[in-house]
Design a protein around this ligand. Structure first.
Ligand code: ADP
Length: 306
């Protein structure tokens, strides 16, 4: 079968500087690089690298970044036939400055991501019959995300939502359309209105989200692992012990790993372990899409960890 990721695609323009500039100030940076980003694209790369047939639906813009992004995404083995080149705007861009002690300033200009709409939903409908899961995040217009969940639900395809970044007015009628929601602690706290910082509060949050209609809740707990609340049980999966150096996109790796496992027929509890392993491996390297690991490395890591 296959999975579909419906979401954002960005190019990161990253500068290293001795310190972050003051308003009105120009400073000389020490290093510059471009890299693929966007939660949608990151999750798609994570799943594709694990060998899952993965379709990405989204938009890039009318600039030279479009080709760079598409070539790079294809090199990771995912299907970009349904990524539209939007002639009316630029590609999604994140302009990032990082100083010597790791503090950053980030400006995200969504560009083509903001134009994802009904035409993309039509393309989604065509792919749903052969899909096991639809992966969603919140970096494209919210009403389009809800619409995508609706058509997936109608087609009997599992809806996995990463409610990130946190949004102000999460629609109450969205919850019953979600099979698995995967907030981190901050996002979970934002949704339920109380602090989520350990297993106990994560389970409480999970139960509250279930009362709103979500079937399964997985709270990502960073270097502690993850908590899952299903209709039958609640359980904790500890993090894999790794030397973490950069946790950027660990959450996206988690969702890619989770969906890959479920597509392969594994149970939800096995899939949470896959998510944690994918997140941990991603945290051992610097970057986002480049840090998503291949299937052989993943299998060896899992094998050596038990
Ligand atoms: P997000 O990026 O959405 O904030 P997390 O930081 O919680 O998500 O990371 C997602 C998952 O990746 C975690 O549930 C955990 O399993 C794994 N992970 C993250 N950071 C580490 C770490 N330092 N060591 C081991 N595993 C990690």
């Amino acid at each position: 079968m296959s999975i579909i990721v419906f979401g954002s695609i960005n190019i990161d323009l990253a500068a290293k500087t001795p310190r972050l500039p003051q308003p009105g100030e120009t400073i000389i940076g020490s290093n510059f690089f471009t890299a693929g980003g966007g939660k949608g694209a990151n999750q798609a790369v994570a799943a594709a690298r694990l060998g899952t047939c993965t379709h990405l639906i989204g938009r890039v813009g009318n600039d030279k970044f479009a080709e760079e992004l598409l070539t790079s995404l294809q090199s990771y083995g995912l299907n970009t036939d349904n990524v539209l080149i939007d002639k009316n705007t630029h590609s999604g861009v994140a302009i990032i400055a990082v100083d010597e002690i790791g503090q950053n300033n980030i400006i995200v200009i969504p560009g083509a991501n903001n134009n994802v709409g009904e035409a993309d939903i039509e393309r989604l409908k065509k792919l749903l019959p052969s899909a096991t899961s639809l992966l969603l995040q919140l970096e494209i217009p919210l009403e389009v995300v809800v619409r995508a969940a609706k058509v997936a639900r109608e087609a009997g395809v599992r809806v996995i939502l990463d409610p990130a970044p946190a949004v102000a007015d999460f629609p109450i009628d969205f919850y019953p359309l979600i099979d698995i929601i995967t907030p981190n602690e901050v996002e979970a706290g934002h949704l339920v209105g109380f602090g989520v910082h350990d297993t106990e509060t994560a389970i409480l949050a999970g139960k509250q989200l279930q009362e709103r209609g979500v079937k399964n809740v997985i709270v990502k707990l960073g270097d502690r692992g993850a908590v899952a609340v299903t209709p039958d049980e609640s359980f904790f999966v500890p993090a894999f012990a790794v030397r973490a150096i950069d946790t950027v996109a660990a959450g996206d790796a988690f969702n890619g790993g989770l969906a890959a496992a479920l597509d392969g027929g594994l149970t939800l509890s096995e899939a949470v372990v896959w998510g944690c392993a994918a997140g941990a491996l991603c945290a051992t390297k610097v970057g986002a899409q480049v840090t998503m690991c291949d299937r052989a490395t993943f299998d060896e890591f899992l094998h050596n960890s038990v």
